[in-house]
Design a protein around this ligand. Structure first.
Ligand code: ADP
Length: 164
């Protein structure tokens, strides 16, 4: 597999993301981790620049990886980077239903294939929204996000904690 793209929101990056990135980087000659910047969505707690910094930190030891921020259609990035495939992680059957629609649409739009990697059993329960909730409610994040980011992410989420 030459160039592959792994897109996502990474809001924030979790141990599940890192596992998928590491596995995808072994399959591809070059892996592009693409941070979706969607201006039509509500402002994200973590800015795209923060997400890029987080991903750079946790992917520092992976040689064949690039991290980019993109807006618009994923297929435009696929064509720009001449990527051979898109890689996505699958946790649940709900993921599969949505991911299947996207994969078929992307295939129709530019012929690109999507490869699904099953979530590792130990990380299948992890999502960014769960981490945001746990952090905002004041529990440490060391079991959920890469250790070198646990404090940074926790501190940021604590600023959103409701004052009682
Ligand atoms: P999106 O909002 O596009 O789904 P995410 O940041 O939630 O972006 O996820 C990015 C990619 O990482 C997706 O392919 C998603 O399925 C995968 N992913 C997210 N969490 C996990 C996890 N715990 N285990 C495996 N893959 C995951």
């Amino acid at each position: 597999m030459k160039t592959a793209i792994l897109p996502g929101s990474f809001n924030p990056v979790t141990l599940g993301h890192l596992d998928i990135i590491q596995r995808a980087a072994k399959l591809a000659d070059h892996l592009i981790v693409a941070i979706i910047d969607n201006p039509t969505k509500l402002p994200s707690i973590f800015s795209t620049d923060e997400k890029k910094d987080h991903l750079k930190t946790v992917c520092a030891s992976i040689d064949n990886i690039g991290i980019v921020i993109f807006q618009g259609l994923l297929v435009d990035l696929v064509q720009k980077e001449q990527a051979e495939c898109i890689i996505r992680g699958l946790r649940t059957s709900t993921d599969l239903e949505y991911e299947n629609q996207m994969a078929v649409a992307n295939k129709i739009m530019c012929g690109v294939e999507t490869v699904f990697l099953p979530a590792a059993p130990e990380y299948g329960h992890l999502s960014s929204s769960l981490i945001r909730e746990i952090g905002m409610l004041g529990h440490p994040l060391t079991d959920f996000v890469p250790p070198q980011l646990a404090e940074t992410i926790y501190e940021k989420l604590s600023t959103y904690r409701k004052k009682t």
